[in-house]
Write a protein that binds this ligand. Structure first.
Ligand code: HMG
Ligand code: MG
Length: 318
């Protein structure tokens, strides 16, 4: 099979035939227009964001994060999320998600008619303070009315836990802390909780240990993984997570991203790299690599730099 100028070797058999315990299907959640663009040094235009969301909405992702309703003083890159949602052509196929930290954000999300919201906390107290100006406990106090309001408006709520494998301020984070926050988010009513390796320090061993512990109290079927790729460990970590029973993966087109409150953290794992790996394993995602590479070309021509995705660069150089 060819992608751009590069020959791809496709394994016909499923991973399980090779003795790998991986799912036959993986749901991909694309976070580039939010987690990616929130980290651009100069905020991108509404028109560019709309164009990107419309292109990605046509790819077959299980959900697509379009932006956040957070303080524009804290994250100016996401200030125009309302305008993006007003302008974007809606299709019913791919639900659009926006991040919401509190009731101010929730009211804005309802006015913008977003399909789903995501609430976000952390397994590290220091990160919670830096990111949202409150303790973990206070973040949950803020979430209670948000989730209640979401329920009343039939808006499904996704949950995030940051720093599950390490914190830029506290270093190592114990599994107990992660598990308590994950359980709290499910108890509140989240349909899915995404585990954020915010600064991309996780390794295969840490990932496996955490997921084996987590599986004792939580269904990994409703647990997503969200790896940033700072140390190049995201793909092996994802493979490990799949072998542990996870089948929902967050990724970002071209590897866009980082976190404004996690200095030095690089982008999320690139969607193209994840799809290439899963295609090669015969795991279905419903997302076509060729379309992603075209979108990566569009994004990085606009941003005037090369994608972080190894696969996109290989395909585009062919
Ligand atoms: P605060 O300053 O403590 O809020 O910020 P406050 O309640 O004291 O209000 C202060 C002012 O902000 C008020 O306005 C509020 O109305 C306004 P004023 O009276 O001064 O004119 N305000 C808002 N405006 C717009 N939208 C809102 C909102 N809330 C209050 N929702 C707050 C608290 C949480 C708002 C702030 O800390 C914030 O916006 N933080 C941004 C956090 C963020 O977006 N971080 C990046 C996303 S998380 C991430 O990237 C990690 C993830 O990818 C997973 C992973 O990788 O680990 C998800
Ligand atoms: Mg992130």
């Amino acid at each position: 099979m060819r992608c751009g100028g590069v020959c791809r070797i496709t394994v016909d058999s499923f991973g399980c035939e090779l003795g790998m315990n991986t799912p036959a299907e993986v749901s991909l959640v694309e976070v580039g227009p939010r987690d990616g663009l929130q980290n651009e040094p100069v905020p991108t235009s509404v028109d560019f964001r709309v164009d990107l969301v419309e292109r990605l909405a046509d790819c077959g992702f299980s959900a697509l994060e379009v932006g956040s309703f957070v303080s524009p003083k804290w994250v100016p890159q996401m200030a125009d999320t309302r305008q993006v949602l007003d302008k974007v052509r809606r299709s019913n196929d791919t639900p659009l998600i926006a991040l919401v930290p509190n009731m101010v954000g929730m009211n804005a999300a309802i006015e913008a008619n977003v399909d789903r919201i995501a609430i976000f906390s952390a397994a590290s107290e220091s990160f919670s303070q830096k990111n949202t100006n409150c303790s973990i406990k206070e973040s949950f106090e803020r979430f209670k009315p948000v989730v209640e309001c979401a329920k009343n408006n039939s808006i499904p709520v996704r949950g995030y836990v940051s720093c599950v494998l390490g914190c830029p301020y506290e270093g190592g984070i114990s599994a107990d802390k992660v598990i308590a926050v994950v359980e709290g988010l499910f108890e509140l009513g989240c349909y899915e909780v995404s585990l954020g390796d915010t600064i991309g320090v996780g390794t295969v061993t840490g990932t496996k240990k955490l997921l084996l512990e987590l599986a004792k109290s939580v269904s990994l079927e409703s647990t997503a993984v969200h790896f940033h790729d700072t140390y190049g460990q995201a793909l092996p970590n994802i493979l490990t997570a799949l072998e542990c029973g996870v089948s929902i993966v967050d990724s970002s087109i071209g590897g866009l991203g980082g976190c404004p409150y996690a200095k030095g953290a690089s982008g999320n794992v690139a969607t193209e790299d994840v799809v290439y790996m899963l295609d090669g394993m015969g795991v279905q995602t419903g997302v076509e690599l060729e379309k992603l590479v075209d979108i990566s070309k569009f994004v990085f021509a606009n941003l005037k730099r090369s994608p972080a995705s190894r696969v996109a660069n290989a395909c585009l150089s062919g």
